[in-house]
Design a protein around this ligand. Structure first.
Ligand SMILES: Cc1cc2nc3c(=O)[nH]c(=O)nc-3n(C[C@H](O)[C@H](O)[C@H](O)COP(=O)(O)O)c2cc1C
Length: 215
């Protein structure tokens, strides 16, 4: 199959991109409107942009409440979605009108942040406090996407998923996004460990075996 992506209808292009680029992590974002309304929404056009400086990026289609809040009040919290919070996360994706918080609808409660005013979601074990850094507008065919970057200023991790300085993926069970309405889960049985290969070892034919072990 050869696909001329530029000739595609917008909807088909979206389906292709979201079917190919998988699995995607989900940023579950809380942000605050100027009037104090707390907003929550998931974004899977999301990743770490840089570790030093620590910067996260999300891409938001249209001028949604989240972008308006982040650019106005300049603070937000990115959460990782544990599998058991999948349904609650999905409720926060409903287009509630501005002024109406998604949190009570999804049965979510707040957790105070350390360095910013916007609180996090108590039911998520990982809270990444961010301050707005920059935004790049990507526009074509009457569509607008806002690529929002934020500096990570503080991180909270629930001790229940933290062991020896590492996150236990098998306990966190982060939800991943596929195309359409599909998601993927991470559990002990799906983990695969594979070590990086140094050039010197490669030359000597030393290639480590795949080793699956508790993360
Ligand atoms: C799993 C999931 C991932 C999503 N990812 C994105 C995304 O990357 N960008 C986007 O603009 N909308 C995305 N959406 C849709 C938004 O969450 C939805 O439009 C939401 O209502 C926006 O909230 P807000 O208007 O309060 O900012 C996603 C929805 C779901 C369920």
């Amino acid at each position: 199959m050869e696909i001329d992506i530029q000739a595609m209808a917008k909807r088909d292009r979206y389906l292709l991109m979201t079917n190919m680029i998988v699995p995607r992590p989900i940023a579950w974002v809380t942000s605050m409107a100027a009037d104090g309304t707390l907003n929550a929404a998931p974004f899977s056009f999301f990743n770490v942009m840089s570790a030093t400086p620590p910067v996260l990026g999300i891409s938001v289609g249209d001028w949604k409440d989240t972008v308006r809040n982040i650019t106005e009040t300049r603070e937000y919290v990115v959460h990782i979605v544990p599998e058991e919070m999948a349904e609650a996360m999905n409720i926060t994706a409903i287009e509630f009108p501005p002024g109406e918080s998604e949190l009570p609808h999804a049965g979510l409660t707040t957790f105070p942040s350390r360095k910013i005013r916007v609180p996090g979601i108590a039911q998520s074990p990982i809270h990444i406090e961010c301050r707005y850094r920059d935004m790049i507008k990507l526009a074509a065919d009457g569509e607008e996407n806002y690529w929002v970057m934020g500096d990570v200023v503080h991180v909270h991790i629930d001790d229940a998923v933290w062991e020896n300085g590492r996150i236990r993926y098998d306990l966190l069970k982060p939800l991943g996004r596929l195309g359409g309405s599909w998601y993927t889960r991470i559990g002990e049985e799906t983990l695969l460990q594979m070590k990086r290969i140094r050039y010197a070892d490669w030359k000597e034919g030393k290639v480590p075996d795949r080793a699956s072990e508790k993360a």
